[in-house]
Structures are given as C-alpha cells and as structure tokens.
Design a protein around this ligand. Sequence first.
Ligand SMILES: Nc1nc2c(c(=O)[nH]1)N[C@H]1C(S)=C(S)[C@@H](COP(=O)(O)O)O[C@H]1N2
Ligand SMILES: [Mo]
Length: 261
Amino acid sequence: MPDSKLILPDRRRRQLLTGLGALGASAALTGCDNLSRNETVQNVLGATDRLTRAAQRLVASRQSLAREYSPADIADTFRPNGTTNPDNDAYQRLAANRFADWRLHVDGLVRRPGDFSLDALRALPSRTQITRHDCVEGWSCIGQWTGVPLGDVLDRVRPTDNARFVVFHCADNIYGGPVKYYESLDMVEAYHPQTLLAYALNGAPLPVANGAPLRLRAERQLGYKMAKYVMRIELVDSFASIQGGNGGYWEDRGYEWWAGI
Ligand SMILES: Nc1nc2c(c(=O)[nH]1)N[C@H]1C(S)=C(S)[C@@H](COP(=O)(O)O)O[C@H]1N2
Ligand SMILES: [Mo]
C-alpha cells in the first residue's frame, strides 16, 4: 500500500474518537466529576498527546534531511548500476547530439503541461548536495549531485489538487526487455528540498552510465527509486493504468513501493 505511513494518523484519530465516545457515556454516569481526575479523560488526554506526538514525528520524519557529506568523502567513480547505456535508437540519437534535442515532458494532472530543455533546467535555481546512495544489492557510493529541485519544476506546471504521485518515465528498456524503467514518488517526497532532477555529478555533466541527461535524486530513498534517463514526468492520482500498476519497474517485480531509508 503506497502511503501506509500516512494511514497511521487516521487510525489514531479513529481510536481517539472512540475514546471520546466512551467519555460521553461515562460523563453522563458520573455527573459533574472533576474532569481532570476522570480516568477516561486522562486516557483521552493521553491519547491526544500521543496523537500529537505521533503526528509531529511523522511530519518531522517526512521533512528531515538526508545526511550530507564533505568533498573528501566523494568516491572517485560513482558506481553505475542497472542500465548503463540505453540500447535504443531514439536515446542514442539524443546522446550523439549531446542532448541538445532532448526535452523533458511534464504532463498529467497539471494545469500547465510543458517541455523543458536541458538549458532551461540549468537556468533554474540549482542545488548541489553530497550524499550517499544505497542500493538494495548491498553497496553504497558517495557523490555530489547538482540539479533543479523537483518542487520548483512542479511549481511551474502547477499540479492540480487531485495529483497524488509523480511518475518518472525513463528512456531505457532495462536488460533489453520489453518494458521501460519507471518510478514514482508521492507529493511529500517530490517537494522535499533534497529531491532533485540532477544534470551534473561531481561538477561535470551527468555521465551516460549514471543517467544522462537527467536523473532523479531522492536522497532518503533506496537507489532503485532514483530514475535515470528521465524523459517524461507524469502526475497521477493512481498507478492503476501504468505498467504493472505498482508504481515502479522493480515494484512490479515485488520490491516495496515505499523505499525510505
Ligand atoms: N532508468 C533507470 N533508472 C535506474 C536504474 C535503471 O536500471 N534504469 N537502476 C536503479 C538502481 S537499482 C540503482 S542502484 C540506481 C543506480 O544509479 P547509478 O547507475 O548512478 O549508480 O539507479 C536506479 N535507477
Ligand atoms: Mo539499486
């Protein structure tokens, strides 16, 4: 279930409401007792307190920053994984022309769908961060990424109120198979300040092996969330009509959609 983490407050709220119902019943029985000494009130106030703390923890954890490292920690070569050079004519033609003809298409549940060239993305305010990438296969690598915060691009296309997820469609047929790699984030992760559409690695244009010309960095997520070779960003309210319906290439093959670390 994609946003299982977000269901917690709801469940807590329901428990709280049940508690308040019980309070109504016991208050009627005991008349004008000092409410602060009433056991049910104590329990309900305790529950409110716990609810607030749980909600705060949840919000805080979704906004917290991934650790950033120092230049001395950067690996000499950022280890590539999965597709390292998309094996199709369309991509190879774009690469041959150093991505001058490449455009990022943004569409779906947005008020102003649009196309962005690499120069247009580079002209937007950028962010640089040195972070550690963790792959489920059991390796990590530290690199410096530069790109435009995804939230800034979303602000330009103006998601509609019913947009719940951001889907990244990639150029590569992974392992030469029939389907293209894709991934997705929810809106909270999409607007996180360290979520970037990155066009540079260690101060140089993003290498093809690491996703040229544009790849996602979502630094609090596992490596497979960080789509390389992004061609199109689509805002949706459900994954049902996209490939296997689970929000990502690996998710369609059994990985968890929530890959927070
Ligand atoms: N388009 C695309 N994105 C992808 C992959 C891929 O095969 N194709 N592999 C994922 C996995 S499992 C990891 S660990 C990282 C690897 O990024 P890197 O090649 O820069 O190390 O990209 C992720 N994004
Ligand atoms: Mo990975």
